[in-house]
Design a protein around this ligand. Structure first.
Ligand code: NDP
Ligand code: HSE
Length: 444
């Protein structure tokens, strides 16, 4: 495991020398990266200190029409392109894990710097990629992998490197925010909103990654690794998506003064003995309407960082789509190209803290439980007993009368996740409880 950035000084090609770029992928993101690099070629040359030249574009289907791309640049053999001697920098915007992993390890081991927007790959294989980059003394950049245009990776790597971060939380998936927002504000169906997010280029090639929370979990793993100097991988993140959220849940939440958002939460936990551990999780969350996260609409993302000295910081902006993502990729292209021309390296991965991953059952959360109960004497007492036996206190209890049954909405105070899960299972077994309609965690 990489514990400290390698510090050997790399010499540069020299001012005025061109940087040869291999662009892997020419889809939603790749096409914008190519267009902006060409349109602003002079500005890039000034900012880098030498021209940035795309010398090859790897795609799946070479015969697809790609206006503005010289035919001689196109190839369907990405590996051969990566290995070429005139390539200094590899920009990966293909997606997936195994194939790009192979390509990027090939590039790094051959001494080429890498820029990638691929969160799934970084969240699964950061150690291996970082070690290869360290060994070769080249750069590995992935700003676009988290929250597209919002420069949160650079902010954690550089600007907040002098602080102690306690918590990073927020909305990091544009597709699911677009869907939940459309369902709440326009009454759109889940399916229509997902189709529109896909049409707009926000969704992953397989949108299951978005709606099941996997994309946000990859981003949470990256944020927690950077913020807490501890390797957190995709498998370490507790992950629940939005596919179980119904129009009824959204209506009920709205009526009670909440919006439902898919939140990623990364925090350092400290137990009674002072022992620290890290938790990263992704799940639908009820956010009070007057909280800033509730007003994050469409495909926008917003990230809160709580740091010891800096206090609370909030970052907001475009979290998905070709153009915003290309902005982040190109920022990295400039950073990596400057080092190729002038020498030196960007800060590497650093996981010196090696904090253990917390058991999710130990995490403190609040539950909002919406259930159908028998409308008779003693029901409230039976239900309260289930909570009391597990030491969980209730924040609010609201009852709406139905026809022979009553709807009971219980909000708990903060309690151990394991105790809350046990309570929900127990409630389901009680005669008094006819159905548990929904269990959604509350923002705290
Ligand atoms: P797209 O599906 O739009 O584009 C993928 C590109 O990769 C296509 O050009 C495709 O070729 C090419 N490709 C597929 N297989 C191969 C292969 N075997 N060899 C060479 N090229 C191949 O994806 P996006 O542009 O949306 O996303 C790319 C990456 O960026 C992903 O990792 C994604 O997670 C990440 N990202 C995306 C964001 C977004 O908003 N879209 C935001 C942030 C990150 P062809 O054109 O021939 O089909
Ligand atoms: N599918 C991702 C999202 C793209 O919707 O947020 C940006 O990473």
């Amino acid at each position: 495991m990489s514990t400290a950035p390698q510090t050997s000084i790399r010499s540069g090609k020299g001012p005025g020398e061109a940087v040869g770029i291999a662009l892997l992928g020419f889809g939603t993101v790749g096409a914008e990266v190519f267009r902006l690099l060409n349109e602003n070629a002079d500005a890039f040359a000034h900012r880098i200190g030498g021209p940035a030249e795309v010398r090859g574009v790897a795609v799946h289907n070479k015969n697809k029409l790609r206006p503005g791309v010289p035919a001689e640049l196109l190839t369907d053999d990405a590996e051969a392109l990566v290995r070429r001697d005139d390539i200094d920098l590899v920009v990966e915007v293909i997606g997936g894990i195994d194939y790009p992993r192979h390509l990027l390890l090939t590039a790094l081991n051959a001494g080429k710097s890498v820029v990638t927007a691929n969160k799934a790959l970084v969240a699964a294989h950061a150690d291996e990629l970082a070690e290869s980059a360290d060994r070769a003394g080249v750069d590995l950049y992935f700003e676009a992998a988290v929250a597209a245009a919002i420069p949160v990776v650079g902010m954690l790597r550089r600007s907040l490197a002098g602080d102690q971060i306690r918590r990073i939380s927020g909305i990091v998936n544009g597709t699911t925010n677009f869907i939940l927002d459309a369902m709440e504000t326009t009454g759109a169906s889940y399916e229509d909103a997902l189709a529109e997010a896909t049409r707009l280029g926000y969704a992953e090639a397989d949108p299951t990654a978005d709606v099941e929370g996997h994309d946000a979990a990859s981003k949470a793993a990256i944020l927690a690794s950077l913020g807490f100097y501890t390797r957190v991988t995709f498998d370490d993140v507790h992950c629940e998506g939005i596919s179980q959220i119904t129009a009824d849940d959204i209506k009920a939440a709205n009526k009670a003064g909440y919006s439902i958002k898919l939140l990623a939460i990364c925090e350092v936990l400290i137990d009674e003995s002072g022992k620290k551990s890290v938790n990263a999780r992704v799940h639908p969350t009820l956010v009070p309407k007057d909280h800033p996260l509730a007003s994050v609409s469409k495909s926008y993302n917003a990230i809160f960082v709580e740091a010891e000295a800096a206090g609370s910081l909030m970052f907001y902006g475009n979290g998905a789509g070709g153009n915003p993502t290309a902005s982040a990729v190109l920022g990295d292209v400039v950073g990596a190209s400057r080092n190729i021309v002038h020498g030196g390296r960007a800060p590497g991965e650093n996981t010196y803290a090696h904090l253990p991953i917390a058991d999710f059952g130990e995490v403190l959360t609040c539950y909002h439980i919406d259930m159908e109960v028998a409308d008779r004497a003693g029901v409230l007492a039976a239900i309260s007993e289930v909570f009391a036996q597990r030491g969980v206190s209730l924040r609010t209890v609201r009852q709406e009368n139905g026809n022979g049954t009553a709807r009971l909405i219980v909000v708990t105070h903060s309690a151990r996740e394991a105790a809350l899960e046990e309570i929900v299972a127990k409630l389901g077994d009680l005669d008094e409880v006819k159905a548990v309609h929904s269990v959604i965690r509350l923002h705290s």
